[in-house]
Design a protein around this ligand. Structure first.
Ligand code: GCW
Length: 768
């Protein structure tokens, strides 16, 4: 049973007098009832249990009662709701109306009065010039907000003050409705509004790595959100609430299935289920996309080949696309992982990645569909080229060869979603190709379910990195939003962290990463701190005594992980499960070198780090000359990327004057200290949070502290066995031997592909 939220009037620290205490409980109970019924009112089908209060289900859309004096102020600006009342209003406008009713009822404690004309001060009206005669009569300057943007403006209608939420399209109105509610949720004044907003990137997509058997690759929040076995008949309320959450932050696409795709998704059985999901998501502006395997013409179509130049193969894809569009007219398109980690691809037929992409592009073009073709291509096995260089080497020569409806989807860094990587050198390097950015919202390499790692700073850093290809300011964001080279087809993807868990993301703080991805996809220039602030206010409380320390804790959380896992530009030091340390993992039979840790650390008696300068793999040459020079010189290379680009002596002096070895140890310690501090911060905040969410977070922080210590101790034990340097003064020696850490293994982690344990039972021990 969740505990009631402390009412705003109860001072957390001072125990109230007995009568006030009783009153407080009465109020709290009332609050609980209101918030519960607000939750219940979001169940149009009435076929499932109402979300219980404060278990995290309602994400940042909680709509709990606003305290005074804000409530009176807001009520004065919400005296009536005008728009989309007619039955013939579009599903999207009806969703906007439902959200405004739900939100205002919850926030202000009473449902807004339905009205059809402005007869007194404080009306809220919403719509497009097409759907609303009043909106049309206002002759608003909607030109600049485009197809998905909106205006929110305080205006005067028939002598009365009113707020108008207007857009060119219904989806713009829905986005505006969410924005308006956010103003109240975050206690912004709404008396004099003049807001115009529109997204900078056109396709803002979540990639679900969900398998058709209900598991989720790298998923740490339970099973798949999609219940394939009960589709298409049963349309769970969760689908609608997922769509609402996505729309509230402007996400407008979902790839429903894993990039390690199976051809079953393209069978009529599953396409029927996909069409049903598309129908649920459509009113919220979300198109569905599918991951498809390149070999589908063979495995499903029974052809002899999947060669992109074979006319039978082309005809097969053309027919398949037509079949999909018959039932899903707004189908978004295909996502493809080809010739990567065992997946089939055009190279199997000695064709290029561009020829492969264009095969699908041609089939989709008549229907205005797009192809998101991943650049995550590298050859495992005998290939000896630096893994960080391979995607660039494969794709750069193909610049200009991709069809206009193809986007090459590039991960933020050249290896694989590590706690820190430099930006991928393909950004800016393909001026005649649509490039899109792929971020990972699920924390595969960042502590998975339990660690608190707010990814806003990681995403923002990746977007703000300057490629220098057209001089200063040629940021990854400007490549992605098309402003650097003038592309019109622009996109960004985030690998989703959403599952069947009641709280959607496996932990409360993981929800912030879904939120941050959406907000940055809409506007890559937003600051991670601002986004954290919004999220904390909506998810927990507007009380500054809570907001300030929690935002601070979140803002430091990513750097903490970098510090205790892979400081100073190290990467890929994880165990095979991608959870926990494994810096000793070396190439062995059956394991490709670039899937091991020693390949990346290159630690030896002489020093540590991967030489990617001209004396090494020369990966620096894939960057613009300005950066190649900067990265190529250890003295000018950012210290946060030092060991990514340089192999340096353990005694190399950093800018602080400390040796590299000493600095590494200090970083590990700093990471652990940060997590301890986060735990302390959180434990002082229990009066501001309901019990259930407080406890979950506190318990997870305890786990994270153990994990951080484990990382620190194991890494120091291992690297010290190679550096043979003493620990700097004050640093505690690891409590156990290296052999102990090496022997320790977690056999199963969530979200790992396959069901085999990661180690034999004899290696399962308890780390200290
Ligand atoms: O990071 C790796 C993951 C794989 C994933 C792959 C990819 C879906 O470990 O699980 O496969 O990246 O991005 O394709």
């Amino acid at each position: 049973m969740p505990s009631p939220i402390p009412p705003m009037s109860v001072r957390p620290k001072n125990r109230p007098a007995p009568v006030a205490w009783l009153l407080a409980w009465a109020l709290a109970a009332a609050c609980l009832l209101i918030t519960r019924s607000a939750g219940a009112s979001s169940l149009p089908h009435g076929d499932e249990a109402a979300p219980a209060a404060e278990d995290g289900y309602r994400l940042w859309l909680r709509y709990v009662p606003v305290e005074e004096p804000w409530r009176s102020r807001y009520r004065a600006s919400a005296t009536g709701l005008i728009g989309a009342a007619a039955m013939e209003a579009s599903p999207t406008l009806r969703a906007a109306r439902a959200e405004l009713v739900r939100g205002l009822s919850g926030l202000l404690g009473e449902a807004p009065r339905a009205a059809d004309a402005v007869t007194r001060d404080g009306a809220i009206l919403f719509g497009t010039p097409r759907s609303s005669a009043v909106v049309k009569s206002l002759s608003l300057d909607l030109g600049a907000v485009g197809a998905e943007g909106y205006l929110i403006r305080t205006t005067t209608i028939h002598g009365h003050r009113a707020t108008v939420i207007a857009a060119n399209t219904d989806i713009g109105v829905l986005y505006g409705a969410f924005r308006f509610l956010r103003l109240l949720q975050t206690r912004e004044p709404i008396g004099h509004l003049d807001i115009a907003a529109s997204p900078k990137i056109r396709r803002r997509v979540l990639d679900h790595w969900d398998n058709l058997n209900g598991t989720v690759e790298r998923g740490y929040a339970g099973d798949s959100l999609w219940k394939w076995e009960t589709l298409p008949e049963h349309l769970s309320q969760r689908y609608i609430d997922y769509a609402r959450a996505c729309a509230s932050i402007g996400i407008n696409g979902a790839v429903l299935n894993n990039v390690n795709a199976t051809p079953f998704i393209l069978t009529p059985l599953y396409l029927g289920k996909v069409a049903a999901l598309a129908g649920v998501l459509r009113p919220y502006g979300i198109r569905v996309y599918l991951s498809v395997p390149f070999s589908a013409p063979v495995t499903l179509g029974k052809l002899k080949s999947a060669d992109p130049l074979d006319p039978r193969v082309q005809a097969w894809w053309t027919a398949k696309a037509a079949e999909i569009y018959r039932d899903i007219p707004d189908f978004g398109g295909f996502l493809m992982k080809a010739n990567s980690e065992g997946q089939p691809g055009p190279e199997d037929y000695h064709r290029t990645q561009a020829q492969g992409a264009n095969l699908l592009a041609q089939a989709l073009a008549p229907h205005h569909g797009i192809v998101m073709w991943r650049a995550f291509v590298y050859t495992t096995g005998s290939h000896s080229e630096d893994r960080a260089k391979q995607a660039y080497d494969t794709f750069k020569p193909l610049d200009g060869k991709f069809a206009g409806n193809v986007l090459v989807q590039v991960k933020n860094g050249p290896i694989d979603f590590q706690p820190r990587e430099p930006f991928h050198p393909l950004f800016g390097a393909m001026p005649r190709t649509n490039l899109m950015l792929e971020l990972q919202v699920t924390k595969e390499y960042l502590g998975q379910r339990t660690s608190i790692v707010y990814l806003g700073p990681l995403f923002a850093e990746g977007l703000r990195d300057d490629t220098w290809v057209k001089g200063a300011g040629s940021t990854v964001a400007r490549v992605t939003d098309g402003s650097l080279y003038g592309e019109r087809l622009t996109a960004i993807a985030g690998v989703a962290n959403i599952g069947s868990d009641r709280n959607w993301c496996g932990s409360i703080f993981n929800q912030a990463n879904w939120y941050a991805f959406g907000r940055l996809a809409w506007d890559p220039d937003l600051s991670a701190r601002q986004i954290a602030g919004e999220w904390v206010r909506m998810t927990f409380t507007n009380d500054r005594r809570f907001v300030v320390p929690v935002v601070k804790m979140m803002m430091g959380s990513r750097e903490a992980v970098v510090d205790y896992m892979t400081p100073l530009g190290l990467a890929s030091q994880m165990a095979g499960t991608h959870f926990g340390p494994g810096p000793w993992m070396a190439p062995a039979k059956g394991i490709p070198a670039d899937w091991t840790s020693t390949y990346y650390s290159r630690a030896d008696a002489g020093g540590i780090g991967f030489d990617r300068t001209a004396t090494g793999s020369n990966a620096v040459a894939q960057y613009a000359p300005h950066l190649a020079t900067q990265y190529g010189n250890a003295a000018t290379c950012p210290e946060s990327l030092l060991l990514w680009f340089h192999h340096l002596s353990w005694d190399y002096r950093l800018r602080s004057g400390r040796t590299l070895w000493d600095s590494m140890v200090l970083h590990y310690d700093q990471g652990v200290a940060s997590v301890r501090q986060a735990r302390k911060t959180w434990s002082s905040l229990s009066p501001y949070v309901d019990r259930e969410r407080y406890r979950l977070t506190a318990d997870f922080l305890a786990i994270q502290e153990k994990d951080a210590e484990w990382w620190r101790n194991a890494s120091i034990a291992y690297f010290q066995s190679i550096s043979h340097r003493p620990l700097p003064a004050g640093a505690a020696p690891p409590p156990d031997t290296l052999a102990h850490y090496e022997a320790f293994c977690i056999p199963y982690v969530e979200g790992s592909p396959g069901t085999r344990p990661a180690c034999p039972p004899a290696d399962v021990a308890v780390p200290r």
